[in-house]
Ligand binder design. Sequence first.
Ligand code: LLP
Length: 463
Amino acid sequence: MSRSAHPAGPRYADVIPEGHYSAPPADLNALDRRVWARTVGRDADGVATVGGLDVQRLAEEFGTPAYFLDEEDFRARCRAWREAFGDGADVFYAGKAFLSRAVVRWLHEEGLNLDVCSGGELATALAAGMPAERIALHGNNKSTEEIERAVREGVGRIVLDSFQEIVRVAHIAEKLGKRQRVQIRVTVGVEAHTHEFIATAHEDQKFGLPLAAGQAAEAVSRALRLEHLELVGIHSHIGSQIFDTSGFEVAAHRVVGLLKQVRDEHGVELPEIDLGGGLGIAYTADDDPREPHEIAKALSEIVTRECEGAGLAVPRISVEPGRAIVGPTAFTLYEVGTVKPLQGLRTYVSVDGGMSDNIRTALYDAEYSVALVSRTSDAEPMLSRVVGKHCESGDIVVRDAFLPADLAPGDLIAVPATGAYCRSMASNYNHALRPPVVAVKDGEARVIVRRETEEDLFRLDVG
Ligand code: LLP
């Protein structure tokens, strides 16, 4: 290969997509309401605050990196979902987004139900006193132990995901002398993406039984024949971080179609329909999520209309938001360790966490915002990439961001909207010690999940 085939090195235009960074935000110090938790602001000295406490003090007391969760915001979001759907529907918080015993208690107090997808989440829910009948157990490969525990405790529903599981749950219920309420998870052939949905072969995935091929209807027939199962409804979850309600509307339309088929073939009207979670949140100011009341209105209208058309009684609707409740309520606080300008490229800002506390950027190319929070600055915007301290070049927290050019080691920066799928997907990569989750409310901060210690590492590494 000739020398000229080798470029001298990456050029600005190669790494910065055209038009992408034409306009840095007008005010780098502003904490945009769309992406920050409800009580976040700045005090008179320019230090960011949450729940009335400033981040400088929080960092001193709890260290960094750490997740700070605005409890008032969390509770307000629970209430907004409850009120939007009203008494005729159920809201199940999806525990996979973030679960701890404190969170379970808040959910209980705010009248939400809980969706769990593993024995560990079920144990957490029960340990914190969530009544079993308000818990739904999910999963495409629940173990015998998980099913046994769920049935024995009397969970409100188990969402069945395969033909084998129908038999397995029925068998366990029979053995325990119980009749278990179940739903069947179906795939409706709607592929939901971040901003659009594409009606393609989304049935080609591990969850659920496809409607189109008749497997969902066959699953219903089999479940109805088993006396230790009480089939109460159909479940559909079309994806995550969705902004457009039309994907849900197509799903509702198709699920109601199945309810009609079940009525026609078996003379049974199933009383429940669960439309899953997946409602998007704002990670950057460009995102424009729907409000719970808009979603509730759209879903109940379509289900009502479809059922009236099919001559069916309107079933009880349930939804399972995870991200939309907890996502916006927390931010991750980091301390800047090094600031490395790369000539003609961008500045790499290294923080004291990384892909071990937020894998979403590396895993999904997720976009985040970031702000300097320990002070304000009048310096020029500096094109930055916030990276972690892990031994991996893909260890990126915020791929593209503007931070003030006077950013220096010791400054605190925060990444908003990290309440969902950050702590719950955190790892010990490089033997990182997973950060704490600190709940903040009315001027008080309380650790709800403590920081890991070296002793925690050695407890598992038994030598
Ligand atoms: N219900 C079911 C059956 C689900 O599978 C999920 C998410 C939810 C509810 C809650 O979805 P949400 O409202 O939180 O979007 N780790 C990925 C998300 C995976 C979601 C899996 N299932 C992420 O970080 O974006």
